[in-house]
Design a binder for this molecule. Structure first.
Ligand code: PMM
Length: 277
């Protein structure tokens, strides 16, 4: 049987995320969008209320919670599996109380000293992303000798810190943090050597969706939506390389690409549902 990677659909309840800022800022629009992503085949929804695009300033915790908690509650109550994309322990705690069952912390516990304790106490899966600095200064932290190796080594340090704080190792999911303190070519180098992180032995989440390093392959006037075909291709290649999951804006494009991958892998239709025409 072909093991599909988990497809995490992105719901950014923010005015300023780089690809969809402002589109789902209203709670009802965000909930509707989340339901659409589930209908498109998302296994989990990643709900965030603070943009981490390069250069972004931080929002305060109250505003972040005001944005995300009603959306988390409505989607979780509706039966969706929900991940909370936050660097703040208070927001993570409130989101879990509202029904979230995963924490996605782009700082892997570095931005908030209390985050590891909340992850330990709640026992939910915890995405630890490679991160060197907040978005307003991350461009100054892109010096690497061997980016794939250093990302893996720095993630290993975070895993040890989280485990020391009581987080179960088996609950940790790694993420190379594409676009975070990485220059364009460094993202491609990481993808080219994803096996270095896969070999670490923890599940790996890949978040390439619509990021600038994909945009450089398109004509300069291409829209952000045109990056979705490239994202879907990355989803397939990441799955082939052993990724556990992919985090994407356009769930439908990725699920369809993964259907092709699964049919190819199984040498037939395998478990893929066939619609007769
Ligand atoms: N990228 C963004 C936000 N959160 N979380 C994880 N785990 N991995 C990522 O690559 C990641 C993330 C920025 O993208 P967005 O603004 O489109 O959500």
């Amino acid at each position: 049987m072909i093991k599909y990677p988990l497809v995490m659909g992105i719901v950014n309840v923010t005015p300023d995320s780089f690809s969809d800022g402002g589109r789902w800022l209203n709670a009802n629009a965000a909930i509707e969008h989340g339901l659409r992503l589930i209908a498109d085949g998302a296994d989990i929804l990643d709900i965030g209320g603070e943009s981490t695009r390069p250069g972004a300033a931080r929002v305060d915790a109250e505003e972040e919670m005001r944005r995300v908690i009603p959306v988390v509650r409505a989607l979780a109550e509706g039966g969706a599996r929900v991940s909370i994309d936050t660097m703040r322990a208070t927001t993570a705690e409130a989101a879990i109380a509202a029904g979230a069952s995963m924490i996605n912390d782009v700082s892997a516990g570095q931005a908030d000293a209390r985050m590891a304790r909340i992850a330990a106490e709640t026992g939910v899966p915890f995405v630890a992303m490679h991160w060197r600095a907040h978005s307003d200064s991350m461009h100054a932290h892109t010096a690497y000798h061997d980016v794939a190796r250093e990302v893996c080594d720095e993630l290993a340090v975070r895993v040890e810190a989280l485990v020391q704080a009581g987080v179960a190792r088996k609950r940790i999911i790694l993420d190379p943090g594409l676009g975070f303190a990485k220059r364009i070519e460094q993202n491609w180098e990481i993808l080219n050597r994803l096996n270095v992180i896969v070999q670490f032995g923890l599940p790996l989440l890949v978040g390439a969706s619509r990021k600038s390093f994909l945009g450089v392959l398109l004509p300069p006037d291409a829209s952000l939506n045109e990056r979705d075909a490239l994202t879907a291709t990355v989803s397939v290649l990441a799955s082939q390389a052993g990724a556990w999951g992919v985090r994407v804006h356009n769930v439908q494009a990725t699920v369809r690409a993964l259907d092709v991958w699964a049919a190819w892998q199984s040498g037939g239709m395998g478990d893929v549902a066939v619609v007769e025409s």
